[in-house]
Design a protein around this ligand. Structure first.
Ligand SMILES: [Ca+2]
Ligand SMILES: [Ca+2]
Length: 325
């Protein structure tokens, strides 16, 4: 709002004072055009175009490495209260804050109405785990489900009905967005499926539409909500060539059908390049937690042997201290 819109109005109208306030406002703002003003759409400062908006085009945060821990599970991580949870492709494991295992479910596919064999990234909300589940084989997914598990027993409680008309062909990641009352899913499978985030209602489970990612990352592996934005991990670096994977950010405005994607962090400082997976933001410590796999050769999303020096795949959660830039 402009300063003079909310200025107190006395009993006597004082045009001179109003003029002074207006002049002061104009000087303070440098007469910057509003995004909906005359210059919207033209080039330069004040333009509504993303490329003219430095805060939109640059990372929102810095991420300082703060250690890593090996975990049992290669897919995703989430945290709430005093606990962490880690998903493997076919396991759910609950940890305390010192990374001691307190519960594990190695048979998480009991109770589904369709065949599923794969869990991706996970999230937690009010001690319920939100799990992206599907049947996945050689780079193709089907029977996608948002599955909700009890955070203590790690047993399936309910599933959301999937909307095939959404065009989503695979589900690699999931994020609960309590503020928007939404559950978001992303797709590792590329082309059209991987260029959108898919939104369901947190309360009713109803499909609410999809958001088009502009400058879409390649091979999404996770999604998480933090500070009003959606953050995505992409396994877009080729491990064979030592290429790092990346974190991306997007702000989805209410009612928007699309959003611009911004590169947020390049992970050139992990132990060895491999597969970036799920992520979460630990609000109690201000840290990003990132699951990363190394050692196994992955072809079409399936482990196919090991790199030299490895006889098993190592899954680690890397921590990063997050600070606003
Ligand atoms: Ca994954
Ligand atoms: Ca990679």
């Amino acid at each position: 709002m402009h300063a003079y819109d909310t200025a107190p109005v006395g009993k006597v109208w004082m045009p001179a004072l109003a003029l002074c306030v207006a002049l002061a406002w104009a000087l303070c703002t440098g007469c910057a055009a509003s995004p909906t003003g005359d210059s919207a759409g033209s080039e330069g400062p004040g333009s509504a175009r993303p490329e003219d908006n430095a805060s939109l085009m640059l990372p929102a945060n810095t991420y300082d490495p703060a250690g890593s821990v090996e975990v049992d599970g290669r897919q995703g991580v989430c945290c709430e209260g005093d606990h962490y949870w880690v998903s493997g492709s076919t396991t759910l494991t609950k940890y305390d804050r010192d990374w001691n295992v307190v519960a594990q479910n190695t048979k998480p596919f009991d109770g589904y109405e369709v065949e599923v064999n794969h869990i991706g990234d996970i999230d937690v909300w009010q001690n319920e785990l939100y799990v992206s589940a599907e049947y996945f084989m050689d780079g193709v997914g089907k029977n996608i489900q948002i599955a909700v598990y009890d955070g203590d027993t790690l047993q399936l409680k309910r599933t959301f009905p999937f909307e095939p008309a959404s065009g989503q062909l695979e589900c690699s990641g999931i994020a609960v967005d309590p503020e928007a009352q939404a559950v978001w899913m992303c797709s590792w499978v590329g082309e059209e499926s991987g260029r959108y985030l898919y939104r369901y209602n947190l309360g009713t489970g109803a499909y609410e539409g999809r958001v088009h990612l502009q400058m879409p990352p390649q091979w999404l592996q996770g999604v998480a909500c933090y500070d009003g934005c959606l953050y995505m991990t992409a396994d877009d670096g080729t491990a064979d060539d030592g290429e790092p994977d990346h974190l991306y950010r997007a702000e989805v405005k209410p009612g928007a059908t699309s959003c611009i994607v911004t590169l947020e962090r390049t992970f050139d400082d992990v132990t060895r390049q491999g597969e970036i997976e799920g992520l979460t933001f630990d609000k109690s410590t201000g840290r990003l937690l990132l699951l990363y796999n190394r050692g196994a050769r992955i072809v079409l999303g399936m482990p196919k042997g090991f790199y030299e020096g490895y006889d098993r795949e190592i899954s680690e959660v890397f921590s990063f201290d997050v600070a606003k830039r």
